[in-house]
Design a protein. Structure first.
Length: 334
């Protein structure tokens, strides 16, 4: 810093102000100091600044699965928003959402000196009483049923499921079958409950739910059973990948889409528009979920009052996989 001050012709205090991005330096002086820094190869010592300020400008992310479409999109948005806000990320993947794995992830983040943590684990177990998260560190939970006193950012799962089911009913389908995600998934439970609620409110028959595991293979297995039932005319599938498997099974069974069976997915993956036929689906805004979770965490770090829960709305994207119920289907309850 003394060398920079000498080259720029300023005091060491002025160099410190510029290095810490303070606004009480006039533009001409700032430019001169920055030029001297570049010419001398000077970079501020972030560790030293952290010791003085108590801030590391670093955020930890505990992630259950990087392979899932939603998690990867959300993480991408968190990273972009963090970079724009001047924060770096430390990513800690965990095998399960058990107490041992989550506690171990927090211990590892402690070694990396982070200012706060975003938890991206979409599992019921995180919300159970035996999952104790460390106190004294700002935390935001993404897409979780956590009962802890932390801000939660989530897609409005129930609203998304409702608009999917209502779309099929408005097309004249007597009822709607549902292919659910796994039972330990909070998002799957919210979508399943909303599906049931809509049918119950309209006094319609509630078919048995079929449980998949988010993969096209499980959708195909369930789809083969649905294809054998002539009463099945409308299907709401809890994600687009399982919907792909359902559509394949219907094709193989000779059930025409949407003339005989309409299918709605959930996510709006980029590939959904290229399904055969193009998939009607519920669009999740993973970019907004990631952006707002990072913003909520930064607000906590800076001492601002945080909202306890923030839901990001979904929207229905109507394509070719849904159509009017086949002739003879009842319109009761619509």
């Amino acid at each position: 810093m003394a060398d920079v001050a000498r080259v720029a012709g300023v005091s060491g205090q002025t160099v410190s102000r510029v290095a810490n991005d303070r606004d009480n330096v006039d533009p001409e002086t700032r430019a001169r100091v920055l030029s001297a820094m570049r010419s001398l190869g000077y970079r501020p010592n972030s560790a030293a600044r952290a010791l003085r300020s108590g801030r590391f400008r670093s955020i930890g992310v505990i992630l259950f699965s990087l392979s899932s479409y939603g998690n990867s999109r959300t993480l991408d948005a968190i990273a972009s928003t963090a970079a724009a806000a001047g924060y770096s990320l430390t990513l800690i993947p965990v095998e399960t959402a058990s107490q041992q794995d989550v506690a171990g992830a927090f211990d590892r983040l402690g070694e990396h000196a982070v200012d706060g943590v975003i938890i991206l684990i979409e599992r019921h177990r995180l919300g159970e009483a035996d999952i104790a998260l460390p106190t004294g560190l700002p935390v935001v939970v993404v897409d979780s049923s956590a009962s802890h006193p932390y801000p939660v950012v989530d897609t409005d799962q129930a609203q998304g499921a409702r608009i999917a089911v209502e779309h099929l009913l408005e097309l004249g389908h007597e009822t709607v079958w549902h292919v659910s995600g796994p039972q330990d998934s909070f998002a799957a439970e919210r979508r399943r409950r909303a599906w049931e609620d809509v049918l119950r409110e309209r006094g319609l028959r509630i078919p048995d739910v079929a449980v998949g595991d988010w993969t096209p293979r499980s959708g195909y297995r369930i789809g083969r059973a649905l294809a054998r039932d002539p009463e099945v005319t409308g299907v709401f599938v809890a994600n687009d990948q399982m919907a792909l498997g359902v559509i394949r099974a219907l094709h193989e069974a000779g059930r025409r889409i949407p003339e005989e069976v309409s299918v709605v997915g959930f996510d709006d993956m980029p590939e959904s528009a290229d399904f055969w036929p193009a998939l009607t689906t519920v669009r999740q805004h993973f970019d907004l979920v990631g952006e707002r979770s990072l913003q909520a965490l930064v607000a906590e770090i800076e001492g601002d009052e945080a909202r306890p829960r923030l839901l990001v709305p979904t929207e229905l994207v109507v394509r070719d996989s849904t159509g009017t119920a086949p002739r003879g289907a009842s319109r009761s309850g619509v």
